[in-house]
Design a binder for this molecule. Structure first.
Ligand SMILES: *[C@@H]1O[C@H](CO)[C@@H](O)[C@H](O)[C@H]1NC(C)=O
Ligand SMILES: *[C@@H]1O[C@H](CO)[C@@H](O)[C@H](O)[C@H]1NC(C)=O
Ligand SMILES: *[C@@H]1O[C@H](CO)[C@@H](O)[C@H](O)[C@H]1NC(C)=O
Ligand SMILES: *[C@@H]1O[C@H](CO)[C@@H](O)[C@H](O)[C@H]1NC(C)=O
Ligand SMILES: *[C@@H]1O[C@H](CO)[C@@H](O)[C@H](O)[C@H]1NC(C)=O
Ligand SMILES: *[C@@H]1O[C@H](CO)[C@@H](O)[C@H](O)[C@H]1NC(C)=O
Ligand SMILES: *[C@@H]1O[C@H](CO)[C@@H](O)[C@H](O)[C@H]1NC(C)=O
Ligand SMILES: *[C@@H]1O[C@H](CO)[C@@H](O)[C@H](O)[C@H]1NC(C)=O
Length: 785
């Protein structure tokens, strides 16, 4: 059944808007609330360095501890300063190519310099780290301090040696370039250094940090502010001023050779050497050109670049407004920083794609859609629909040029697929929200149908596997016989669930385009999840029956049930990924996947025995250690009470996770931020509207602030969620009644029109659960076929 669309309401009068602004519009600098260091330890893997929104250039100090995002505040040592990174990812440490490292050599002797990472790494001065949007600074224990900023394709570093020279003027500061990346994936690389200018140009072939194939990155480094004393190359622990080029390979046993170039400088009044690093996926010439164009006056551009980056960030965050209403500053910081982190990646590689140039914008670092379709892309849809449109168009360009939509993509390479083909969901989400008329929806449908019908020979990095069985048996079998294509033949349960939802998303787009046969065919397939439901399955923990009956289970091709303990792959029983302990569910347990049928939750509720039984299951899940707040599959489960007519319990549940698992300290994220996914979860939760990705549905729960508003960058309309009777101690968190633009609103959910048409949602709060949102007709939509 399909729910009716909410009635069209009148946009608020301009006068009302002006009055509202006058009354509540506390104007403050949003960037004052952004702390890039949130998530830089405790596995958040956040990139805390200098970057512009979606910028290719991302400068930071790299460490040898928690360095997936380059820097980690875990007290480990600095190994260099590099100019490209990803943020929040799992997998191997990402990018960090061609780090520079500044030092003074003992006795000014080249041979006494420390070249290799293990020799040169050095601790930084505690408390010296300064991270703000567009800028990062740090002081090393070797007396060198580094201050850095960026343009879109180049980084600018100021290395100050005053603390190292101690005023002595007979030392020649050295800056080396290392032909490596963070996880030493380099295959071969070369560099040439110019003996007069010190310019270093070159390239290297590297492996993507969670994907297949390899990529080539090029660089162009120039130095300013000090005359060149001498230059040369280094390899292992030795250096020489001849030759001026070096080319490294991977030789015997893929042995890793460390090497690169160096330049030493004559002492200079202000003891500062400025380095400008251009990067490009296309050529060293392009790296040089971008750097020269974007940073023409390196000695005087630093402050301009910082200002420009800050302005760009302010502009990106400008749709957001809040009335704090007594909520903690800590939460305010988490909220703004969460929005900020969503625009670090994906990265705008327009003009940088060596494989095709359609003239369209090209984004990369979709790392990975399995993580980001749920909250990050829905957040970009409301805060930056322009960028989200370009990302959607990129997915379609990738389909046209690589033959498949990506599920994960980084540094021009295909990333590993974790579950379903979740680009389908991202496209459907854009479709139902009318993201943009410039998207070719017929092409989008074709791309999604391609995922649903054509099995690629290699489905570990695009498309789906087991499609023969999917069509014939209507589920992904345990230990499938699949001679058509190859991938990691695991995750039969979670893939069945994700493919079902992907097929629902296909059906949604097909319906919108008037293709009713296609719609009906895939609506039917979207219920395939029921075929792995084992109604008599129980779950025993430590010898005690939890008392719940009915779970998803792996099923063989012949229809016989296999078995996976429902708690396997949960925090109670060990982790499962593609490579470590591969199982029939991915990165979460059967308990967790029990709740993943976002299009048919009402059917699931019936299977489980009704509202109360469903609520009991959810409560047990969230209170037994089975729910893993550190990973994305948990997100929607926090709000699923809405579907059982108990939105108040969703509110209670989110208040058990915030602030307990989210705060503004460096360890303040429960797990990998995954390009901002954790930040987006926090943002939506605080705003009080949680997206059901792939559907025109946001679940309503009172904001954690008195009021949150978003001005649509598309229509200019301002949407506001306002608590009436806000209580910052959160004892009054239960919606008693709601209005939209002054008219009663009984539904516990609302559509995207709320944002584009600038509605005002007012929630009157009380201390007890009320009957608001409890009636069957007021619950969020579920589709049954
Ligand atoms: C600096 O901080 C690190 C990590 O917090 C700690 O291990 C180290 O002891 C501190 N060093 C000093 C000198 O305080
Ligand atoms: C940092 O490097 C110093 C000097 O090599 C070493 O003594 C120290 O143990 C290192 N610290 C960490 C956390 O690796
Ligand atoms: C560098 O390595 C890549 C990947 O191993 C290889 O394809 C390429 O031919 C190599 N290039 C050179 C110049 O050796
Ligand atoms: C990388 O640099 C080397 C040496 O200059 C050059 O021979 C090679 O063609 C470059 N590779 C690419 C992909 O441009
Ligand atoms: C990405 O970069 C291209 C080229 O500079 C630009 O045209 C496009 O608007 C950028 N996209 C966003 C969202 O900023
Ligand atoms: C999208 O556009 C259609 C057709 O104009 C309209 O009926 C629908 O309400 C719009 N949806 C949203 C979320 O704006
Ligand atoms: C199971 O038993 C072990 C050992 O007694 C205990 O550490 C663990 O917390 C128990 N787990 C649950 C979910 O009760
Ligand atoms: C179905 O296949 C499984 C796995 O090969 C096997 O263990 C089971 O006995 C088979 N069931 C029947 C009824 O043949």
């Amino acid at each position: 059944m399909r729910q009716r669309r909410p009635p069209r309401l009148l946009a608020p009068l301009t006068l009302t808007l002006i009055l509202a602004l006058a009354a509540g519009g506390v104007r403050c600098d949003s960037l004052a609330h952004v702390d890039p260091l949130i998530g830089t330890t405790n596995g958040g893997n956040v990139f805390p360095g200098a970057t512009r929104p979606y910028g290719l250039a991302k400068a930071v100090a790299d460490v040898d501890g928690q360095n997936t995002g380059g820097f980690g505040l875990d007290g480990s040592n600095v190994t260099g300063f590099s100019s490209v990174h990803d943020s929040g990812t799992g997998g191997n440490p990402s990018l960090g190519n061609f780090p520079l490292f500044p030092q003074l050599c003992d006795g000014d002797d080249l041979n006494a310099c420390r070249f290799r990472i293990g020799d040169r790494k050095v601790h930084y001065k505690n408390g010296s780290v300064k991270a703000e949007p567009g800028r990062f600074a740090i002081e090393l224990d070797n007396g060198v301090s580094a201050d850095m900023t960026v343009s879109d394709h180049a980084a600018l570093y100021r290395f100050n040696f005053a603390g190292a020279t101690g005023g002595s003027s007979d030392k020649h500061p050295l800056v080396l370039l290392d032909l490596t990346d963070l996880w030493q994936s380099r295959q071969n690389a070369s560099v040439r250094v110019d003996e007069h200018s010190g310019r270093m140009v070159g390239n290297g072939t590297f492996l993507p940090s969670f994907g297949a194939g390899s990529y080539v990155l090029h660089f162009c480094v120039d130095f300013f502010g000090a005359d060149v004393h001498d230059t040369g190359v280094w390899v292992n622990s030795r250096a020489g001023t001849e030759p001026k080029t070096i080319s490294l390979t991977r030789g015997f046993n893929l042995f890793y050779i460390e090497g690169g170039a160096f330049a030493r400088f004559n002492p200079h009044r202000d003891d500062t050497v400025t380095a400008r690093v251009g990067v490009s996926f296309k050529s060293a010439e392009q790296a040089c050109r971008s750097a020269e164009r974007e940073i023409p006056n390196p000695l005087s551009d630093f402050n301009r670049l910082v200002r420009s980056a800050k302005d760009a960030w302010r502009e990106k965050l400008s749709p957001i407004g809040i009335k704090q209403g007594g909520a903690t500053d800590d939460l305010v910081k988490s909220f703004w920083s969460g929005a900020y982190r969503n625009m670090i990646s994906p990265q705008n590689y327009t003009g940088e794609n060596p494989y095709w140039d359609t003239g369209n914008p090209y984004f990369d670092s979709f790392y990975c859609l399995w993580d980001s379709f749920r909250a990050q892309h829905p957040l970009l849809t409301i805060l930056d629909p322009h960028a989200q449109t370009q990302m959607v168009q990129t997915l379609l360009d990738i389909y046209k040029n690589e033959g498949w939509l990506p599920d994960c993509h980084m540094s021009m390479c295909k990333g590993w697929t974790q579950g379903g083909s979740n680009a389908d969901t991202m496209l459907a989400d854009a479709y139902v929200k009318n993201l943009s008329t410039s998207i070719d929806w017929e092409l989008a449908l074709k791309a999604i149908i391609n995922d649903a019908e054509n099995e690629p020979h290699e489905w570990s990095y695009h498309g789906r596997g087991g499609l023969q069985s999917w069509r014939k048996l209507d589920y992904i079998p345990y230990l499938d016989f699949d001679p058509l294509g190859f991938g990691t033949n695991s995750r039969s349960v979670s893939r069945t669930l994700e493919y079902s939802y992907n097929d629902f998303c296909l059906a949604t787009v097909a319906e919108g385009l008037g293709k009713m046969d296609t719609h009906l065919k895939y609506m039917k397939r979207s219920m395939n999840w029921q075929n792995v439901w084992k109604e008599d399955q129980i779950s025993i923990i430590n010898g005690t029956d939890t008392g719940f009956k009915g779970f998803f289970q792996p099923k063989y091709m012949n229809g016989t049930w296999g078995y996976q303990d429902p708690i396997a792959c949960s925090a109670l029983a060990g982790f499962c990924s593609l490579t470590s302990n591969p199982s029939e569910t991915f990165e979460a347990s059967i308990w967790q996947y029990l709740f993943f049928v976002p299009h048919a939750t009402s059917s699931l509720i019936s299977l489980l025995g009704g509202d109360d039984a469903f609520v009991k299951r959810l409560n047990f899940f969230h209170t037994s250690g089975l729910a893993d707040i550190s990973n994305e599959p948990v997100f929607l489960t926090v709000y699923l009470y809405h579907y059982a007519g108990r939105p108040a319990l969703s509110t209670e549940r989110i208040h058990t996770y915030v602030p307990k698992s989210f705060n503004s300290s460096p360890g303040g994220l429960p797990g990998n931020d995954d390009s901002g996914a954790m930040g987006a979860f926090l943002f939506f939760s605080v705003m009080g509207l949680f997206p059901v990705a792939g559907q025109n549905v946001y679940l309503i729960s009172p904001p954690f602030f008195e009021e949150v508003s978003i001005r649509s960058p598309q229509t200019g309309q301002k949407a506001t969620v306002r608590n009436i009777g806000f209580d910052p101690s959160y004892k009054k968190v239960y919606v008693q009644k709601a209005t939209v633009n002054g008219k009663p609103w009984t539904k516990s959910w609302i559509g995207h029109e709320f944002f584009t048409e600038g509605w005002t949602l007012e929630l009157t709060l009380g201390t007890e659960e009320s009957d608001w949102g409890t009636k069957p007709g007021d619950r969020p939509p579920s589709w049954v076929s």
